[in-house]
Each structure stands twice: as C-alpha cells, then as structure tokens.
Design a protein around this ligand. Structure first.
Ligand code: HEC
Ligand code: HEC
Ligand code: HEC
Length: 226
C-alpha cells in the first residue's frame, strides 16, 4: 500500500521536473489555478480521487469543501467574482479569519505567523520539492531547514470556526470525541498530515498527549523509528 503511494509520488515528481524545466511550476502559487491544479486538477472537476490515499471523494473537491464550510463561499472567495481564488486571502465569511485555504491548511508557526509550511513539508516528504526549490519558500519547505509546530496544533478555522460552520473539522488529531472529524467520510479517509512528517493524526506522536497512539497503523510504526 505504502509502496503504491510512494510510486504515485514519484510519478508526479516526473511531472514536476518537466514542469519545472518548463514554465508553469516556477511561478509562485498565489492562486489555486496558478499551479496546484497541475497535479490536483480542477477544484470543481467531478470525481476527484485523493492524491494522498487514492480514496474517491464521490464528487468534486469544491462540493466537499463547500459542505465543510457550511456553504459559506467567502471562507475562500473574495471580491465580487468567484475567480481567482487566492490561497491566503478571502473575505472571511461569517466570523472566519480572512485567510482562505490557510484557515485549515495552515497553522500559526510562531514568529512566522500562520503559514502553509506543514503542507509544503508534506509535499516535500513526498518528493514534491518545487515549493522550496523555486525559491519562494526555501525557508520552510524542507523539514531539515524549518521545524513546524506539531500535528496537534489547531489550524485557525478549527480553533475559531465562526458561526454557522458546524462541519469545519475541529481537531487535527482527528479526535472523534470533539465532534466533527478531519478525515471526512466523503473525502480521503486519511484526513490531513498537518505537520507534513508523513504520519497522520493519531498515528503521530505529537497527538500522544491528546489521544492514544495507534501503534497498529503504519504511521505509528513509522513514528517509533523517526
Ligand atoms: C507537483 C504536483 C503537485 C502540486 C503542484 C501540488 N500538489 Fe498537493 N499533493 C500532490 C501529491 C502527489 C499529494 C499526495 C502526497 C501523498 O500523501 O502521497 C498532494 C497532497 C496534497 C494535500 C493533502 C495533504 C495531506 O495532508 O494529506 C493537499 C491539501 C494539497 N496537496 C494541496 C495542494 C495545494 C493547495 C497546492 C498548490 C499550492 C498543491 N497541493 C500543489 C501533488 C501536488
Ligand atoms: C474551500 C474553498 C471554497 C469555498 C468554500 C467555495 N469555493 Fe468556489 N472555488 C474555490 C476554488 C479553489 C475554485 C477554483 C478557482 C480556480 O480554479 O480559479 C472555485 C471556483 C468557483 C467558481 C468558478 C469561478 C470561475 O470563474 O471559474 C464558482 C462559480 C464558485 N467557485 C462558486 C462558489 C460558491 C457559490 C460558493 C459557496 C456556496 C463557493 N464557491 C465556495 C474554492 C471555494
Ligand atoms: C474548512 C477547512 C478547509 C478549508 C478552508 C480548505 N480545506 Fe482543503 N481540505 C480540508 C480537509 C479536512 C481535507 C482532507 C479531507 C479528508 O482527507 O477527508 C482537505 C483536502 C484538500 C485537498 C485534497 C488532498 C488530497 O487528498 O488529494 C486539496 C487539494 C485541498 N484540500 C485544497 C484546498 C484549497 C486550495 C483550499 C482553499 C481554496 C482549501 N483546501 C481550503 C479542509 C479544508
């Protein structure tokens, strides 16, 4: 299973190299459609399958994400139109910080503020190094250069879900007792590896103080050798 995932990553790496030598992958990804779509496809394209665990979402990323945000478009969108979608700027919706994707895919890294360093390091761990190698995020994409906060640290929207968003995940360790999980049934079963070390949720030792470690999972076994 893991071998398949790594193989998938290498396949994408091949694409990344081609793009890197070309044009598009060198650009900064201020917007979803400025690079993320090269690998993840259109956000509104139907029948998305997770690049992380292969799980079919049964619809588009857009529809699942809309559900999690309770249909509050301005969680991600800004201005009068619906395009472009900027990764770290939105109108904020009802009581949410106006930080778009960073609300769930970013965390407060202390002096660096709220950044997507954990997500960049997840890509780096899976051999997708373009965020750092093109120079834009050379300071935090490589785990050996920058240490991110642990898996257990809540992304801003989890910590402050505003009003009318009951389905925003409420814990990065996927703590079911907290209410709404991070590994949403309609999406990838794995949830998010928020700190980018390749180990998910309760398999991550950072979650040990919060929930028991699942030593039977690959994540738990790997964590013991990290
Ligand atoms: C070069 C290809 C590539 C590009 C460009 C890319 N991704 Fe990914 N992304 C992947 C692959 C492959 C995975 C799955 C890695 C794994 O877990 O095996 C992934 C995983 C993810 C995940 C899931 C992380 C997790 O914790 O499971 C998110 C969220 C994500 N990408 C968002 C983005 C965003 C946002 C952008 C643009 C800023 C982006 N990606 C650009 C290939 C890419
Ligand atoms: C989780 C973030 C998120 C939420 C919430 C969200 N969207 Fe989007 N939306 C996106 C992304 C990302 C795109 C793709 C933008 C791109 O590819 O340029 C998009 C694209 C669109 C587009 C196509 C725009 C174009 O001209 O191509 C429309 C229309 C749209 N969204 C409507 C909505 C509506 C209506 C809502 C609320 C009911 C909503 N969205 C909620 C992220 C979101
Ligand atoms: C309300 C929180 C939230 C917001 C805001 C959010 N995401 Fe996500 N996103 C998630 C969760 C949770 C998952 C993983 C779901 C799962 O695994 O079940 C996810 C998964 C993804 C994936 C799929 C990774 C894979 O497995 O292949 C991509 C790509 C992604 N998000 C991009 C974005 C982009 C781009 C934005 C902003 C336009 C955004 N997200 C905003 C919570 C959010």
């Amino acid at each position: 299973m893991k071998a398949c995932l790594i193989f998938g990553g290498l396949l994408v790496l091949g694409t990344a190299i081609v793009l890197g030598i070309g044009v598009s992958d060198v650009a900064a990804y201020a917007e979803y459609a400025q690079g993320c779509h090269n690998c993840h496809g259109g956000f509104r394209t139907n029948n998305y399958s997770s690049l992380a665990d292969g799980q079919a979402w049964g619809g588009s990323m857009h529809s699942s994400h809309q559900d999690w945000l309770g249909g509050d478009c301005d969680g991600c969108h800004s201005g009068s139109g619906k395009s472009p979608v900027i990764l770290d700027v939105s109108d904020g919706g009802s009581g949410l910080a106006a930080i778009s994707c960073l609300g769930c895919h970013g965390r407060d890294e202390g002096g660096a503020g709220v950044t997507g360093a954990g997500l960049r390091q997840h890509h780096w761990s899976n051999f997708i190094t373009s965020c750092g190698n093109t120079g834009c995020h050379a300071d935090d994409s490589n785990p050996s250069v920058f240490t991110v906060v642990g898996e257990h640290v809540l992304p801003p929207y989890y910590a402050n879900p505003g009003t009318g968003h009951p389905d925003i995940p409420d814990h990065p360790c996927n703590l079911l007792s907290q209410g709404y999980p991070e590994d949403v049934a309609a999406a990838a079963l794995s949830g998010l590896d928020n700190d980018g070390d390749g180990v998910y949720d309760t398999g991550d030792l950072d979650c040990a103080g919060v929930v028991p470690i699942e030593t039977s999972t690959w994540g738990g076994i790997k964590a013991m050798f990290d």
